[in-house]
Write a protein that binds this ligand. Structure first.
Ligand code: PNS
Length: 159
């Protein structure tokens, strides 16, 4: 039984994340999407809202569950019998930091990281750019799942 984790802030989840989660779910028995409750970073959505939106958009994928975590992702992996961390790599700009984290996580806890190349359709996509464009009237409808678009529109109207 191979259980992997897709960790992130998911503020909010984008179609790029959805692509990686879906592909990871086809390759492994179980995928846990682990949402970081990052106390040092201000987020548009609370951790509960991010968990809820991920549950909504992954509900059709039977082997995907959603959890939250604090602290180190390797501690989450060890506590939940997770074999590997799955990450999407968009471009060389992601590579240095991702490699450093992967090597640190392996060095410290023996936890493996598997990289998937992002679908080129989403290579430019990030949660930060989605938020910035949505805030200033950009059309992000093709970049996030429909329930996320609704939550984003509502939140930005009152933000
Ligand atoms: O979506 P993000 O914010 O780019 O995701 C980054 C994340 C949450 C995957 C990464 O920051 C992480 O794993 N944070 C948990 C803390 C941790 O384990 N830090 C050491 C990494 S070597």
């Amino acid at each position: 039984m191979i259980r992997v984790v897709c960790p992130g802030s998911f503020d909010p989840v984008t179609n790029g994340h959805m692509d990686i989660i879906g592909r990871a779910a086809r390759l492994h028995d179980e995928v846990i999407v682990a949402v970081l409750r990052n106390l040092n970073k201000s987020t548009l959505f609370t951790v509960d809202e991010r968990v809820e939106m991920l549950q909504e958009v992954t509900k059709g994928q039977a082997n995907v569950t959603v959890a939250r975590f604090d602290g180190l992702i390797v501690d989450f992996c060890l506590a939940n019998d997770v074999s590997a961390i799955v990450k999407g790599l968009r471009a060389v700009t992601d590579f240095d930091y991702e490699m450093q984290m992967a090597q640190m996580n392996y060095n410290q806890a023996g936890v493996e990281t598997l990289f998937m190349t992002t679908n080129p359709l989403y290579a430019f996509l990030s949660s930060s750019l989605v938020k910035e464009f949505a805030r200033y009237g950009g059309d992000v409808a093709g970049l996030v799942p429909p329930p996320v678009l609704r939550m984003l529109t509502e939140r930005l109207a009152t933000d």
